[in-house]
Every structure is written in C-alpha cells, then in structure tokens.
Design a protein around this ligand. Structure first.
Ligand code: CP
Length: 336
C-alpha cells in the first residue's frame, strides 16, 4: 500500500487481508516493529480515538512519533490554493509544509475537516490532497472533508469479529444533532458496506442526501460486490437490519448557511435511535456509532448501554486496523 485516502481505492482482497490482520492483532499477535522509522500525526481538528489509537500503534511498532496540530499554538495557517498572493492569514503553503514534513517522517497521517462555507471548494478535499500531492511520502487520511477510511476499516473489522455475514442488512440512519456535522463518516460507512457486499439502506429525512458523486461510487461498489443500496425516510426500512449505524450530517441544500440549516433540522429532533427503533430493526440488530456521540440526542441510553451496542469494539478496532495499515505501508516501502 502507498497510503490510504479512501477505502474504496484499495482493492477488496487487500482490504480483506487488512481486516484479517487486524483480527490477528486483536487476538494478541505482536505488531511488526520498524525501529528508526517515523510517523507524523497532523491534526487540524479535535480527536480522541484517532489520536490515541495512532499514538498507541506507533508505540507498539517502535516508530518515532512527530505530533503536530493546527490552530493557535500549532502549525502555521496553511494555504492550499495555487498561484495566489499570500497576503491574508495563511503564512505557509501546503507545498512547503508537506514537503518539509516528508523530509522528517516515513508516513504522514493528516486530519483536516471541511471549511463548511462552499461545497465546491470543500469537495476537492484541498488540505488532504495538498499533503498527498506534495509530501513525497505515503499519506494516511485520518478524516478529511469526504472520507474517514480508518473508521471504515475498523467497522469492517468489527463486523467480521461479530461474524456478521457479508450479505447482511446494513442500515445507516441519520439522527438529529444540534450541529451540522461533516459528511466523511457517512460517506465512508456507506462505501465500506457496499464494498463488503451488504444490503445497504440509507434511512434519512428528505433533504439529507449525501454527495451524488459518492452515491454513484456506492452504487458501483454495490453492483461489483453483489450488494445493493436503497434510500428511505420510513422507519420500517430498518426491519431485518443486522447493523443500525447511527450518524448525523448536515443538509447539502443549506451548505454554508448554518442558521437556515439549523432551522431546517429543528423539526427532526425525534430522529433518535431509541429502543423503539431497535425493535423496529429486529432481534439481530447491533448498534454501531463511530463516536463521539451525544447520548439521548443521537442515541438513547437504553440502546448504547444495551448488549446490542458495539461502539467500544468499533473504537478498539481502530488500533488494530491502523496497525495493519501501517505495517502494510512500511513493508511496501522496505521492499523498494
Ligand atoms: N471516530 C473518531 O474518529 O473519533 P475521534 O474524532 O475522537 O478521533
């Protein structure tokens, strides 16, 4: 592997090998060690699981860690546009920032969310793609505007761990949240489930469709894997689900207009995963969420605290899946 931006760019047999390796690690196999190699972790946005799991992975693998963050007291503001006169707030161009970090580390992992002002700017994933273009070393996406592949790989691992069949029913359900949340997790969750060959349902209110270009990818992946994808706003679409994966995201119809977006979302507060929703799904249904989650907003205590909840397994599998990715990248580089 030469980096990880979007899980769907990795051929399915390789994804399956990563998942199998993650499960070996989970069962206690030692991580391969690469002393003297370095992993850069650059966070422009907050994180608990991703930071902790990559730091722990680096320690288990004998890697030097170079940890940096954006914002006040962190790295300089980074410009991504080409050919601009840099007389505004950003002090450094991604060409130099990425090129410099690529001189210090063997792998660079970056988290960079959307600016949230203009979808046509954000959909190009400018920071992540700037680092990919100019770092000169493999880049791992730790959540960008469009994708969160490390979460998706951990979720696939969790489904295999729980022996959820490939053809099982996977429902991604929208839930209300006080803020307009990013699209990366729902995009990666859907592409992962489609690539795995599942019967995928998106349960969302009208007006909360995901990016059409991503949905086209999901349809292509589902067709190739023997899976399917449907979209519904009806609660009975949860019926027979093996996985109920909750996530909130903002409406593309109001992108960059937070006040109007919040007004549009306000009547949807009842969209919460409650016991009634899990009963509508049926007895096989497991509850998934990537975390962090707002209790009794996105999911009721009675669901997240129940034996149907897999959220801590998903979080633990972040560590194992990321070690599998780091091993694969470092092994490929050693072979050159
Ligand atoms: N799921 C996830 O990426 O968690 P963090 O944002 O805390 O890293």
């Amino acid at each position: 592997m030469n980096g990880l931006y979007h899980l769907a760019e990795i051929p399915t047999p390789i994804v399956e090998r990563l998942v199998a390796r993650a499960l070996e690690l989970r069962l206690g196999a030692p991580a391969k060690r690469f002393p003297g190699r370095a992993l850069g972790l650059l966070f422009f946005n907050p994180s608990l699981r991703t930071q902790a799991s990559f730091q722990r992975a680096g320690g288990k693998m004998g890697l030097d860690l170079v940890q940096l963050s954006g914002g006040a007291g962190g790295v300089w503001g980074i410009e991504t546009r080409e050919g601009v006169v840099m007389d505004s707030t950003n002090a450094e161009h991604v060409r130099e920032a990425a090129g410099v970090l690529g001189r210090f580390v063997d792998i660079l992992a970056v988290r960079a969310f959307a600016q949230g002002l203009d979808i046509d700017v954000d959909r190009a994933d400018p920071l992540l793609n700037g680092f990919r273009r100019y770092a000169g070393v493999p880049v791992i996406n730790m959540e960008s505007v469009l994708y969160h592949p490390c979460q998706a790989l951990a979720d696939w691992t969790t489904m295999n761990q729980l022996e959820i069949p490939r053809k099982a029913k996977f429902v991604l359900t929208w839930a209300w949240h006080p803020k307009s949340l990013p699209l990366a997790v729902p995009h990666s969750t859907l592409t992962m489930a489609a690539q795995r060959g599942m019967e995928v349902v998106v349960h969302r209110p009208k007006g909360f469709d995901l990016l059409p270009s991503v949905m086209e990818d999901v349809e292509r992946l589902a067709a190739a894997s023997g899976g399917s994808i449907t979209v519904s706003d009806k609660l009975d679409s949860l019926h027979g689900a093996d996985v109920v994966y909750a996530k909130s995201w903002g409406s593309l119809d109001y992108y960059g207009k937070p006040v109007a977006e919040a007004q549009n979302r306000a009547p949807l507060r009842s969209w919460q995963v409650t016991r009634k929703w899990m009963e509508a799904a049926g007895p096989r249904a497991r509850f998934f969420h990537c975390l962090p989650v707002r209790r009794n907003v996105v999911v009721a205590d009675e669901v997240i605290d129940s034996s149907a909840s897999s959220v801590l397994e998903q979080a633990e599998n972040r560590l194992h899946a990321q070690i599998a990715v780091l091993e694969s990248i470092l092994e490929s580089r050693k072979a050159k």
